[in-house]
Design a protein around this ligand. Sequence first.
Ligand code: ADP
Ligand code: MG
Length: 477
Amino acid sequence: MKEMDNKEIWKNVLLELSKQIKKSDLITWFKNTALLKVQDNTAIIGVPTVFTRDWLNNKYELELANLLRKFLNEIEAVQFEVSTALANSDDGRTIDIKKIFEESGVSDKRARKVRAKMEVRLVEGITSKLMNPKYTLENFVVGPENRLAHAACSAVAGHPGGAYNPLFVYGGVGLGKTHLLQAVGNEILNNDPNAVVVYLPSERFINEIVEAIGKRNTIEFRSRYRKVDCLIVDDIQFLAHKEMTQVEFFHTFNDIFEAHKQLILSSDRPPKELNELHDRLRSRFAMGMIVDVQFPGYETRLAILQQKCREHQVLIAAEVLEYIAYNVRESVRELEGVLLQAIAQAQLENRVPTLKSVADMMVKLDKKMKHEELDVGVSASTAKTVDDVINVVSEYYRVPRSELVSEARRKEVIMPRQVCMYLIRSELNQSFERIGKDFGGKNHTTVMHACEKIVKQLKYDQRLLKDVSVIKREMGL
Ligand code: ADP
Ligand code: MG
């Protein structure tokens, strides 16, 4: 093959990439980028901004290394370097992205969403998915919800094939199972680069087995897997109803186990709840160590956000992180997603993420997102009276009842009064007119403004959001 220069190589990489990712993504993230040089088996890629660097580092590092390797065998890693000069359109090192699309003939509509397989072939034709080197045991934030899982993983990484075999990690989606499993794999490889560590999502593992069964060479399949030092199969709940696959897996499992090699499995449920799996397979899974990962509490969520900020080398105001930690209550993946979105949006608009911008973004991202409190809903709760609301608010804010319903303009009273009106309106569905009368004969527009103000403020004021939800809870709403 004729020697290509860096620009040509980069162009080819982008051409390949254009077949895998959306046109808009390619333009957003790869405009004004260049392959600057190759040094010590590392490709140095120039990018125009710190933000592009972080984004590419996070999302495309492995893919780019794989693609570059197609043209430069020796590449082992990629590194990103910020060079603002690249943003000049006449910088000779960059590629015109539009031309890429003309050449590849891929229009946005046709852009295939084929992701690079990112697989590595190990000894004797055994295939493993490439593990993400970013998943380590050190950068996994430990809290009470995952402490045992983390400890078990550390123990296995330090002594594979030992007492915790198999290691079975279970828990809901996006709670860190894959992170932990790959972290163990990475650590075993760190300690012994010659170890044969195979990481496969169960779908991929099932394919392997089905293929072997189809070719009638399951014997060969089994003998291949005897070479494995550590077999990691992620999300094994997908083995359900796959009869033949389960039988084959059972044999492979036994071979590896008897050779005192390590097995690590993950699932969304504990073994005893994997009803669709053969009993004998389930009991094998339950033989070693079973640990779970739970959704982390507020403190751990906040620590995770801080950790992710360090990894992405960004500084974000504490109150913004607190707001995200408080409001995201689905999964750690979502937590990270919101954080990245917040960074991305702010960077595109060239400002820092603020409480308000993040709150707005989150509301847009998921209208339902735990902001139920925002709804000026028409709840028909007749069990509560206006008096109840006034009493609870008065107690909560330690403002005398008489002052709450008076004309007093003391700063400490204004906000509790507005909250009170808002709650009466939203929970008891009283008219503005009526509320005005209850509050010392106020004009209905005054009441309306007060309610609107609270609705708006709830969108970004975490403190207020907390206050209102506590008050509601106290009223049994
Ligand atoms: P699962 O496999 O359970 O669906 P993942 O392992 O893919 O979840 O985790 C989703 C994301 O959340 C990953 O980016 C992972 O790094 C991150 N994550 C989850 N838990 C933690 C944690 N305790 N500390 C740091 N990152 C975490
Ligand atoms: Mg996973």
